[in-house]
Design a protein around this ligand. Sequence first.
Ligand code: 6PG
Length: 484
Amino acid sequence: MQPQGDIALIGLAVMGQNLILNMNDHGFTVVAYNRTVSKVDDFLANEAKGTRVVGAHSIPELVAALKKPRRVMLMVKAGAPVDEFIDQLLPHLEAGDIVIDGGNSLFTDTNRRVASLAARGIHFIGTGVSGGEEGARRGPSIMPGGSSAAWPHVKPIFQGIAAKVEGGAPCCDWVGEGGAGHYVKMIHNGIEYGDMQLIGEAYHLMRDALGMTADEMHAVFSAWNEGELDSFLVEITRDILKFKDTDGQPLVDKILDTAGQKGTGKWTVVNAAELAQPVTLIAEAVFSRCVSAMKEERVKAARKLKGPRPAIRGDRAKFVEDIRYALYASKIVSYAQGYMLLRAAAAEYRWNLNYGGIALMWRGGCIIRSRFLIRIKEAYDGNPKLANLLLDDYFRGEIKKCQKGWRNVVSMAAKKGIPVPAFSTALSFFDGYRTARLPANLLQAQRDYFGAHTYERIDQPRGQFFHTNWTGHGGRVSSSTYNA
Ligand code: 6PG
């Protein structure tokens, strides 16, 4: 009998299982395999019962069940397990076969894997898959990159199972060479960290400055989800605030305030530093999770370090509206920063990224899906070379509407001692970006004073460097100019 399998999937945790069932729904025959083989039979007897999913109990059996070119997708933990499975697969694959990694792998690992498999004639795709359990089952956002020769062979499967938005457009398209797909997923996750932090700050202000109950905040998030902030994360926040524990009290109030993280936000920030891009909001979001994790220390510090009382008097409804402005404007800044990093990465790693296309891929299925993303797509469709989203006419107008409320929230939070690191870094970035003359002239003078690092002058062409003997006893020799 001819092999029937269209694609194999290794890793039967919840994401893997749901992707298999989704592929099955779209008419593909999937071969399922798992390191702990008993899980394969368990899956076939339960979740996959009555489907055309084929179980494999070994790698050779999995490979033998596949049509050529063989397509094998890994949904295993990022890091060493990906390399281990690749090593197990390689002896059984032949030139032209395709290995796909659908985990949250570091893009530099994907670069390495694409190159090392290419040397053996095997195509490698590193793809972001976003949307959690539900997305995997009903339609995730899929961000594939790597060996472009493999794309036509996986396109019908990936675009078939991906979420669809306006006009049936799939939230999946080819991102680029090497680790580009995983890179775009990393930026997605960084932006996800930023969005979550912004929502957290809005919640914190409503809870502590305005003394609002979970039910009252539920109503606010419900209303917000009807406007520009309409998004998956605002929607689930609305539902979380309504959710009651077994004793009838809001469950959210009983959850310990210490956040976990698996590393994709941190990777974004490390990469931003490497590419000299001021992605300050995601950085604050990552560090805010770190501050939250210092729970015991914070509890002790709270007894010793006193600040102002948080309560705000005055027009509550107006302040809630100002918080909405702060959240919306900060979100625009966060996406502008994320896209700055994408542009820098495209230049550095020689990827031809389609910025509007990326916004469309995030428009549905994924964790950051939102109404807002269509505006980003429109901005880049209108001007693919747009230097910064903040300069787009639509976003410029939106920020203008928000500015007063945003500034009020940041200053009130400072006065009342409520931390709003993401709201305030967004505002500082916005003010820095629109300031023609920053104080870096003084900084350059300091560098030249203590280390002869030289400076450029406003009255001389760019690229000419000067050194001054500031103290009268310094030497004439300056240090060489270079930028890290
Ligand atoms: C997604 C998510 C997912 C990620 C979680 C947890 O797109 O479906 O980004 O890939 O693993 O959000 O991330 P943290 O544990 O780092 O918060």
